[in-house]
Design a protein around this ligand. Structure first.
Ligand SMILES: O=C(O)C(=O)C[C@]1(C(=O)O)C=C[C@@H](O)C=C1
Length: 281
């Protein structure tokens, strides 16, 4: 009985060991600790991304909502200024080698040009090859413009559309990179416990996978930390010793914890599940 079970598990184990050996020599330095890819080192990378997200929101909050920047009829070419800018910038960035790392995912992947000249980066950084197809950027685009922006910008229109959409793109890229880093989290969780994840992957049991990869205490800590970072990074600093006024924040710290609670962590988990479902292919 045990022998039959072992025989069934053997091909999986060989595939797993091969991929683990291959991947651990290829993963990004920022996520590797002493050349070892661990849950702690990946979580450290996610913590670092929090800074980028908070600072990008602070920059965007300098401008009011600026509705004309999102009006698809404004330029007369069928695109809003925001979409036109993101498409053009992604195309330029692809030419100089962006979008080869699994966590750098374009919002408009169709017809992106190849890098000039071809870079070597993609050969150094690889997860399971199927990971490239995992993207939740459509959902990110939607929640960012329709739900998040109105929460942290003031109503109004100051005509600064170019700066506004450039700031939007920095926010979108930071949020997307953090969420798609879920591919690394999923990989390390799988390599740490293939025996737990493999049955749920084989039976395509999304709920079970979601259950296995969820750590409620970690999520609570993340929400508290990002709120604290927003409080620290976005407060107005004065040198006036007698200033007993209420601290002013450039963005509401509660909006940042809400962003993580409602979108960033749930979508990271979707990325993890989708990655895992492809992990044994
Ligand atoms: O740290 C992990 O284990 C993750 O999977 C990342 C993350 C997050 O998005 O921050 C997502 C799911 C877990 O429940 C906890 C945290």
């Amino acid at each position: 009985m045990l022998e039959t079970k072992l025989k069934a598990f053997l091909p999986l184990l060989i595939q797993h060991l091969f991929l683990y050996h291959y991947l651990s020599s290829l993963l990004p330095i920022s996520m590797a600790c002493n050349n070892k890819f661990t849950l702690d080192s990946v979580r450290d990378a996610l913590i670092r991304e929090e800074d980028s997200i908070v600072f990008s929101l602070i920059e965007r909050a300098r401008f009011p909502y600026n509705a004309p920047a999102y009006d698809p009829s404004f330029l007369g070419n069928g695109f809003s200024i925001a979409e036109f800018y993101v498409r053009g910038t992604e195309s330029l960035q692809a030419k100089i080698g962006r979008y080869q790392k699994p966590e750098d995912v374009p919002f408009f992947p169709k017809d992106l040009p190849s890098p000039l000249p071809p870079t070597k980066y993609s050969q150094k950084v690889l997860l399971h090859p199927a990971s490239a197809s995992v993207t939740v950027n459509e959902a990110i685009w939607k929640f960012y413009f329709t739900e998040l922006l109105p929460l942290f910008t003031t109503k109004g229109n100051d005509g600064n559309y170019a700066s506004t959409v450039a700031s939007d793109f920095v926010c979108l890229q930071a949020i997307s990179r953090r969420i798609h880093s879920g591919k690394y989290v999923a990989e390390v969780k799988f390599t740490d416990a293939p025996q737990d994840y493999s049955p749920a992957i084989s039976s395509k049991d999304r709920d079970k996978l979601m259950d296995l990869l969820t750590f409620v205490a970690v999520e609570e800590a993340v929400k508290k930390r990002v709120e604290k970072k927003a409080r620290l990074f976005s407060q107005n600093v004065t040198l006036d010793e007698n200033d007993s006024g209420k601290t002013q924040y450039k963005i509401n710290p509660l909006v940042v914890s809400h962003l993580y609670d409602k979108w960033v962590m749930p979508l990271t988990k979707v990325v993890e599940v989708e990655y895992l479902l492809l992990r044994l292919s």
